[in-house]
Write a protein that binds this ligand. Structure first.
Ligand code: PLP
Length: 489
């Protein structure tokens, strides 16, 4: 054991204990955090400590009060979010990076995997071989980086360098009404404003209509806006719908617009041979994002942006020369990992200090390979289809949106219920309180629906069946109450 100061602790021993504590957590035998909120707040809180308790006491406190009162998200029955519990490979690689490569820069093995894992993902997802990437904290920042590139490109064509001089002209970005709201936030942060995002009403299948898009572009064409980007979804957050990428890509070419694809959730779906054709047109993208911390099961905090030409990211995001960075590097005859920054990722995005995320994605792919990834993606898509099949067979269930990927939007229906949205909201409430199956809800064409999204590596077909049963049981029970109360009155 290597230990220099007491506060560095005995890492191997502590990790061994932590491993047991986390394993206990993953049994999900503890009650929900809010059921004993007062006790853990009292134990973890208090005034600013004048004296420390040391690592062992700290870990004991984590074991007793912190870890057991964590989130329900990693639960196999939790299908509420698109993020999920990390798999072990990702946890191991994250921890390794935290200890051995707290920065992604320098000519280390970790830095090598930063680029390699991006290339592996590009190849695995059938992206054009020329596309290069950069990691960031997740889809929010990945979209921001991609749209920063789009803004750079659009203004450079007008002889303006927006990174240097800012933007003085009103901009337009076009996206489906089902696009993720981080598109709007990115437009705000990039100085274009939320109102620069024109949302085109998605069709009944949640997809952006190319006809509606073209009409709106043509109508706006002579209004003097700077056309910054057309944004398409490869898997919407609500329903998993995939926009008609090839047609939208053609329109982007026609109007000479940057074509961005948000595949934060859905890009890995391309691995499923049954739906691979829906991704045709991806090769037209100027930029594209995917979140390894979603369907690939990475620990949260990893998104990736791919662009056709990474030099544009440099022009958009270079932080400028800094003596403490460049001055510490050497130009030639490099003999030591500290003599170069390696690929200058800090000049391609918005983060300087950043963890070694590449090693995590490398570990995930290295562990189970492309085949393992494909199997998991197909398995999750099957679960959504299973929910749809079971719902179709049940007289009180209705599939509101057929699954494209691993999301199935359905609801409980009955002529007896005065308000189906209310009823399904109550069903959802009961499910969450019961705690075994935790989907989310969303609204589709005014209908509140139950929305499971299957992305967890620990989730099985059984959980999908259990969810449908739980919805039926809760719905039947509520219906019984309605019957009883109408009989009484
Ligand atoms: C989740 C999601 C985002 C945002 O990603 P974060 O990693 O949560 O920041 C963006 N776009 C889509 C389509 C998403 O599903």
């Amino acid at each position: 054991m290597y230990q220099e100061h007491a506060e560095c602790g005995n890492l191997p021993e502590l990790l061994q204990q932590l491993g047991k504590d986390l394993d206990q957590y993953l049994r999900f035998e503890h009650p929900d955090a809010m059921s004993n909120e007062a006790s853990w707040k009292a134990a973890l809180g208090g005034p600013l400590p004048e004296q420390g308790i040391g690592c062992e006491q700290l870990l004991a406190s984590m074991r007793q009060y912190l870890i057991p009162n964590g989130s329900q998200v990693p639960k196999p029955g939790c299908t509420a979010f698109i993020t999920t519990g990390a798999t072990s490979a990702g946890v191991l690689a994250t921890l390794s990076g935290t200890v051995a490569a707290p920065q992604r820069v320098g000519l280390t093995a970790f830095n090598y995997l930063e680029e390699l894992s991006l290339q592996w993902m590009a190849e695995m997802f059938n992206l054009p071989a020329t596309m290069k990437g950069i990691y960031s904290s997740g889809g929010s920042v990945a979209n921001l980086v991609a749209l920063g590139a789009a803004r750079q490109w659009a203004f450079e064509r007008l002889g303006i360098n927006p990174a240097e001089d800012g933007i003085q002209r009103p901009c337009r970005l076009y996206a489906s009404s089902a696009c993720h709201r981080t598109i709007h936030r990115a437009a705000a942060v990039l100085g274009m404003g939320r109102s620069a995002v024109v949302t085109i009403q998605a069709d009944n299948n949640g997809r952006l209509s190319p006809t509606a898009l073209r009409e709106r572009l043509a109508a706006d064409a002579r209004k003097g806006f700077v056309l910054v980007a057309i944004v398409a979804n490869a898997g919407t957050t609500d329903t998993g719908a995939i926009d008609p990428l090839a047609e939208i890509g053609e329109i982007a070419r026609e109007f000479q617009a940057w074509f961005h694809i948000d595949g934060a959730y859905g890009l890995p779906g391309v691995l499923d041979p049954r739906i691979e054709h829906l991704y045709q047109g991806m090769e037209l993208a100027d930029s594209l994002i995917v979140d390894p911390h979603k369907w690939l099961g990475a620990p949260v905090g990893i998104g990736a942006t791919f662009v056709r030409d990474r030099s544009i990211l440099n022009r958009a995001f270079s932080q400028g020369a800094a003596d403490y960075l460049e001055g510490a590097c050497h130009d030639n005859n490099i003999q030591n990992s500290m003599q170069s920054m390696g690929v200058p990722y800090h000049d391609f995005g918005v983060e300087l200090s950043a963890p070694s995320r590449g090693a995590v994605v490398w570990a995930l792919i290295r562990e189970i390979g492309k085949t393992g990834m494909r199997e998991r993606i197909c398995r999750h898509n099957d679960m959504a289809q299973l929910v749809a099949d079971l719902a179709n067979k049940h007289p009180n269930l209705q599939v509101v949106q057929k699954p494209t990927l691993s999301i199935c939007c359905f609801r409980y229906i009955s002529d007896l219920a005065p308000d189906l949205n209310d009823l399904n909201k109550q069903i959802h409430r009961e499910l969450v309180e019961e705690g075994r199956c935790i989907p989310s809800t969303t609204i589709i064409n005014g209908n509140l629906v139950i929305r499971p999204c299957f992305v967890g590596a620990r989730t099985t077909e059984l959980h999908a069946r259990e969810l449908v049963d739980a919805v039926v049981t809760a719905g039947d029970g509520l219906l019984e109450n309605i019957r009883n109360s109408s009989n009484r009155s």
